[in-house]
Ligand binder design. Structure first.
Ligand code: ADP
Ligand code: MG
Length: 225
């Protein structure tokens, strides 16, 4: 294995079956990503971008094909090993923040560290510093339901990176925000990626945002062109 390679995806397919109807959503996706590399993923709605990101995030499994993470075949791990892998190595930001509404920003960002078994005092320190970094110093003890859309995405980004992932996956992270707020959230995402040095894949509809990436993968009808 090439030691620079973080992710090697080969012949990945995903078929949805509903009754007699089969939909071939991914039809043989191949690509690889180096450690620290960042890439945008663009493509028409329905081309399979979210399905691909969910599989890379181990939130869904492929019908066939392989995802190697530093040479390890992810979908041969058992459920417990995969959960632990996800907690230690991956961060995920969705279009809709998926925060726990009744919990504060601080509690939401603490969650991955609690799961990882990090000591309480260290959690307090790390989460406080990070929430200050994303501009939420005065909002961190507000419930996420009390925050604006842009503030929620800042919390979601903090939650995704708090446990220092090797790979940050973001599926239209600014797709639900107004133009100005989208710009500042996207800037923040790029800055934090730069500071942490993790690899990143971002799905975006926005060609201007995609143009800020050296590498852009285009999906069409379930394959990467
Ligand atoms: P994109 O993110 O590029 O818009 P998606 O990956 O969400 O595309 O969806 C790709 C295709 O898969 C679409 O045609 C969608 O209708 C279909 N699809 C997605 N999820 C499911 C599902 N759970 N069951 C059946 N079809 C699905
Ligand atoms: Mg999508």
């Amino acid at each position: 294995m090439d030691s620079k390679k973080l992710l090697e995806v080969s012949a990945l397919t995903r078929v949805y079956r509903e009754g007699d109807i089969e939909t071939n959503v991914l039809r043989g996706v191949d690509f690889s990503l180096d450690a620290h590399e960042m890439t945008a993923v663009v493509g028409a709605s329905g081309s399979g971008k979210s399905t691909l990101l969910h599989i890379l995030g181990t939130l869904d499994a492929p019908t066939s094909g392989k995802v190697l993470f530093r040479g390890q075949d992810l979908f041969r791990m058992n459920h417990a090993a995969l959960s632990s892998f996800r907690n230690r190595h991956l961060g995920f930001v969705y279009q809709f923040h998926h925060l726990l509404a009744d919990f504060s920003a601080f509690e939401n960002v603490s969650m991955p560290l609690l799961i990882a078994g990090v000591p309480r005092n260290e959690i307090t320190e790390r989460v406080t510093v990070l929430l200050e970094r994303v501009g939420l110093k005065d909002r961190m003890h507000h419930r996420s339901s009390e925050l604006s859309g842009g503030e929620r995405q800042r919390v979601a980004i903090a939650r995704a990176i708090v446990n220092k992932p090797d790979l940050l996956l973001a599926d239209e992270p600014t797709g639900n925000l107004d133009h100005r707020s989208a710009g500042s959230v996207f800037d923040l995402l790029l800055e934090l990626r730069e500071e942490s040095g993790c690899a990143m894949m971002v799905v975006t509809h926005d060609r201007d945002l995609a143009s800020r990436f050296e590498r852009v993968l285009t999906m069409r009808d379930g394959v990467i062109q």
